[in-house]
Write a protein that binds this ligand. Structure first.
Ligand code: SAT
Ligand code: MN
Length: 606
């Protein structure tokens, strides 16, 4: 048994505690313990007993508050520090030896300086606390596409979340020990401390060349659950480039048609733009009657690599969902609601008088009594739930969970979808004419910002492939990497762009969204199979309203015009701005992408 746990009350173990058969891992854990001087070291085995003990401890110290056991059995509320509620992009760094390798898309520090800065923060920071060593596997435990990591943290809340979000504990440690004998890159080293939760002493640093992460001063989400954005996107994207695969900010959903054929779609949207909703979509009634089904493989991250047949095969590296609570309702996402009615951790939601979790948009007839800070709810003082309030829950609890999420080979991807929040110009859907055009569509993606990161909300920014906060290297090199997949023998997915967020002149959304998005996915699959119509325009292939099944959807003339229309003068301006954006990356930007931008700009000028 590798779980060598010592209780928090026991005296500090010596820093030479051997918790693993892998010397390199023991040496690193000892080095970290020497720096952070914890009172105890606990190697997490991921067992139910371990979780129960941790939860009891967190209940005792107020880190977790029990929710109503009748309505939400096994579920907890956590209130974060009010200054620690979202990812902090301005404090997130990619520390490559050469600044240009991190690119203009990242904040950069020289590795030596970054280590020095972080180690000064970590020095002695766990004094009196327990240090948890969390071995985890991103992806099915026996998949060749999976990668492992070890997170060291002083936060039991992080341990409990990592247990839901990753394959954590003894099986992961066994894989690390097995692979670690042969290779130096068997695990990513993630070091985390909540520190003082002081925004002035908070940094999230990545060292892609060393496969290492150091995160200090935040206990929230992507800042602290290091398997997620830090490992599975920033570090993994860097690794993927060198190893010939892709680590993407994408959901993975399977669409089964009435003849029982399933097509898998991977879709990139920025944080808080509805990835979880699309991944768990419930078909409109007519589709249900015909026998359409939707299968959830993943809601946030997708690792893809070419298979022997040239197609891209994808796994979801995660084992759980860290989803946005506000807006989740029986209308927007009934599957998510069913997923989170037991064994879930809620962070920064409000509470009803009888201790049920509550958030804006829940629409279940309940009323909030307490807000996310624990104060009596007062609508004049803001929402009951923080806009970036989250639930953490095991993926397997989702009614639409796909057993293919455990397939070590992954699922073949038929279509890649890019999208963002665009109130104007961008139609409901269009198809890229080929891979190079598809890469440009992804590179040019724009979206209005959301509450998932600190900063202004609703400002349009370019967010290529929804990876702006997550790409662990220079975007110019990233686009080159994407382009490189179009080689001999490749059987690549078709690429599409969608916009569920187009607004009318009155400021209201023109497309109903949610379950009705299946109509758009059906058209895409029709295009993949060659039996759905479209018209060619300079920006790609657009459906006419007649090419989509719109039975039961009432659209005004304005909606039809804007959702299915192509506005030449607006696109001319958009392409000029895309050209400037690409030029901002200088000579590293691949010529093929610039040529593609010029090709379309010329068509638009005609
Ligand atoms: O906090 S997270 O980065 O995990 C959530 C998100 O931004 O998607
Ligand atoms: Mn995300």
């Amino acid at each position: 048994m590798n779980a060598l746990s010592s209780e928090a009350s026991k005296p500090a173990p010596s820093t030479s505690v051997a918790g693993s058969r892998l010397a390199a891992l023991n040496a690193w854990v000892a080095e970290v313990a020497g720096l952070t001087t914890p009172a105890a070291v606990h190697w997490c085995d991921g067992s139910d007993e371990e979780n129960a003990a941790l939860v009891a401890q967190m209940q005792a110290d107020g880190t977790l508050l029990p929710l109503n056991p009748a309505t939400h059995p096994g579920s907890w509320l956590h209130r974060s520090d009010p200054d620690d509620v979202a990812r902090v992009e301005h404090l997130t760094f990619v520390c490559t030896s050469r600044e240009e390798d991190a690119g203009p898309n990242n904040h950069w520090l020289a590795p030596a300086e970054a280590h020095a800065r972080m180690d000064a923060l970590f020095k002695g920071c766990m004094t009196g606390r327990t240090m948890y060593v969390i071995p985890y596997c991103m992806g099915p435990i026996d998949s060749p596409l999976s990668r492992c990591g070890v997170e060291i943290t002083d936060s039991p809340y992080v341990v409990a979340n990592m247990r839901l979000m990753t394959r954590m504990g003894a099986p992961a440690l066994a894989r690390i020990e097995r692979e670690g004998v042969e290779r130096a890159d068997a695990f990513v080293k993630g070091l985390h401390s909540i520190g003082e939760l002081d925004p002035a002493r908070r940094f999230i640093m990545h060292f892609p060349e060393e496969l290492a992460i150091k995160s200090y001063g935040s206990g929230y989400g992507g800042n602290a659950l290091l398997g997620k954005k830090c490992h599975a996107l920033r570090i993994a994207s860097y690794q993927a480039r060198h190893e010939g695969w892709l680590a993407e900010h994408m959901l993975i959903v399977g669409i089964e048609n009435p003849s029982g054929e399933t097509h898998y779609v991977a879709a990139a949207f920025p944080s808080a733009c509805g990835k979880t909703n699309l991944a768990m979509l419930i078909p409109p009634e007519g589709y249900q009657r015909e026998g359409w089904k939707v299968w959830t493989v993943g809601d946030d991250i997708c690792w893809m690599r070419p298979g022997a047949d040239g197609r891209l095969y994808a796994i979801n590296p995660e084992a759980g969902y860290f989803g946005v609570a506000p807006g989740t309702s029986a209308k927007s996402n009934p599957n998510a609601l069913a997923t989170i009615n037991a064994n879930a951790i809620f962070t920064n939601v409000g509470l009803t008088a009888d201790n049920q979790p509550w958030w804006e948009g829940l629409d279940n007839g309940e009323r909030p009594a307490t807000d996310w800070r624990g104060n009596p709810y007062d609508p004049d003082k803001g929402p009951a739930a923080h806009p970036n309030a989250r639930f953490t829950v095991s993926a397997k609890q989702c009614p639409s969970w796909s057993p293919m999420a455990e397939d070590p080979q992954g699922v073949p991807i038929s279509a890649i979808v890019f999208g963002g929040r665009r109130a104007s110009l961008v139609p409901l859907v269009f198809e890229a004419r080929d891979w190079t055009h598809g890469v440009l569509v992804g590179a040019a993606m724009g979206s209005e910002t959301t509450a998932a990161a600190t900063g202004a909300v609703g400002v349009m920014r370019r967010d290529p492939m929804a990876m702006k906060p997550f790409c662990g290297y220079n975007f110019a090199d990233y686009f080159s990497h994407w382009l490189s997949f179009d080689g001999a023998g490749a059987a690549l997915p078709k690429v599409f762009h969608v916009n569920w967020f187009r607004k009318g002149d009155d400021g209201r959304f023109l497309w109903p969204g949610f379950g009705d998005n299946l109509r758009v996915l059906e058209w895409m699959i029709g295009r993949v199979k060659g039996d759905a119509g479209a018209v060619e325009t300079p920006i790609g292939h657009l459906p006419t309203p007649a090419d989509l099944n719109l039975d039961g959807v009432a659209l005004t003339d304005e909606a039809r015009g804007k959702l299915f229309g192509f506005e030449r003068s607006g696109w001319q301006a958009e392409f000029a701005s895309i050209g400037e954006y690409l030029d901002g990356y200088g000579p590293r930007m691949p010529q093929a992408l610039k040529d593609e931008q010029s090709r379309i700009a010329a068509l638009l000028a005609d």
